[in-house]
Design a protein around this ligand. Structure first.
Ligand SMILES: [Fe+2]
Length: 333
């Protein structure tokens, strides 16, 4: 090769990254999370990678069913859910594509599927929030099982039992206390006049306005209501030495089986487990980052200080249908 030719080849090689069109990837995400909580994370991913994301939002349950319908020819590459049970449910339907990278292995095993089918990205605990103008500290319940007492008749709000966080909590109760106990407990809550509202935002606002002294919510709803200036406090229930602990669920993500943009989907999951994305989740919604070393938002009680219910999140999915049947029988609304 002549010197001229050689230097030409070299020049072309050096220019290649800028002169040749880079295939800018695409990624289709179905997300069961509220858009303000996920869009900033997606935008940062697009900025960092040049990958163009198409986002379809809805309820996690509806999108999980859509993924099952589209299974032979999937449109979604990634599924984001507000609950690990929904992710595990799809895994059991063989609708997910496992992925376990070095970055993903840094997330504690408690919060992801052992085989890499899904990844927990942010944690949320089931707490009781209360109105500080209606209740004094010494009056507060310490356990969710106290809520069936006459003291709390008609004083508790919770989200509908169609909500994924509520369903997962009931599954966890079944796994720890058994079916019979759980059904009896929920029937007693119903008899005690527990009111089910459309969603957790309604619950936190109702408690904030003083319509109910107590509300069963995920911990970040307490923080959101407090930020809105309402007189609210939080109880982390069942923390005593013989108590069952508080239930901690994870919002998470998974790659859809036969995803058309597999490499982009894998990059997105690695990104969700990265310190930058974990920090965003903590700041946007007061959730627990699941990557060790990333701090919680100011005012949030760190996960390590809580006694957790002994339930692995990958146990939830296979129990989903049984829980739905039990909730149907109880008829809490
Ligand atoms: Fe939520």
């Amino acid at each position: 090769m002549s010197l001229l030719k050689r230097s030409l080849v070299l020049a072309v090689l050096m220019l290649a990254p800028t002169t040749l069109a880079q295939p800018s990837g695409e990624l289709v995400i179905y997300s069961g999370r509220s858009e303000p909580l996920i869009v900033p994370v997606i935008r940062l991913f697009e900025q960092q990678t040049g990958i163009k994301v198409t986002l379809q939002s809805g309820t996690a349950t509806a999108l999980a069913n859509l993924i099952l319908q589209e299974q032979p020819n999937p449109r979604a590459d990634v599924f984001i859910a507000n609950d690990a049970g929904t992710l595990e449910f799809l895994k059991l339907k063989d609708a997910l594509q496992p992925y376990l990278s070095e970055q993903i292995r840094k997330i504690p095993e408690h919060f992801r599927a052992r085989d890499g089918s899904w990844l927990g990205v942010s944690g949320r605990s089931r707490v009781i929030m209360y109105n500080t103008k209606l209740l004094k500290p010494e009056e507060l319940p310490k356990s969710v099982f106290e809520l069936t007492a006459p003291t709390w008749k008609d004083k508790i709000a919770m989200a509908t039992t169609r909500n994924e966080s509520v369903i997962a909590w009931v599954t966890a109760l079944r796994l720890v206390k058994g079916d019979e106990f759980t059904k009896d407990y929920l029937l007693k809550l119903k008899a005690n006049g527990v009111v089910t509202l459309n969603g957790h935002t309604d619950v936190r606002k109702a408690v904030g306005r003083g319509e109910f002294p107590l509300g069963l919510v995920n911990h970040y709803y307490y923080h959101l209501e407090l930020r809105d200036g309402s007189p609210v406090g939080v109880i982390y229930p069942d923390q005593g030495p013989t108590d069952i602990g508080v239930f901690v669920n994870a919002a998470g993500a998974a790659i859809v089986k036969n995803a058309k943009h597999l490499r982009e989907a894998q990059r997105f999951l690695d990104f969700l487990a990265s310190p930058e994305a974990q920090k965003l989740f903590a700041e946007l919604n007061f959730e627990y980052p699941l990557l060790p070393g990333v701090p919680v938002a100011p005012g949030v009680r760190p996960l390590e200080t809580l006694k957790l219910m002994p339930v692995r999140l990958d146990e939830l999915g296979k129990e989903l249908e049984k829980t739905l049947k039990l909730l149907d029988e109880v008829g809490l609304g």
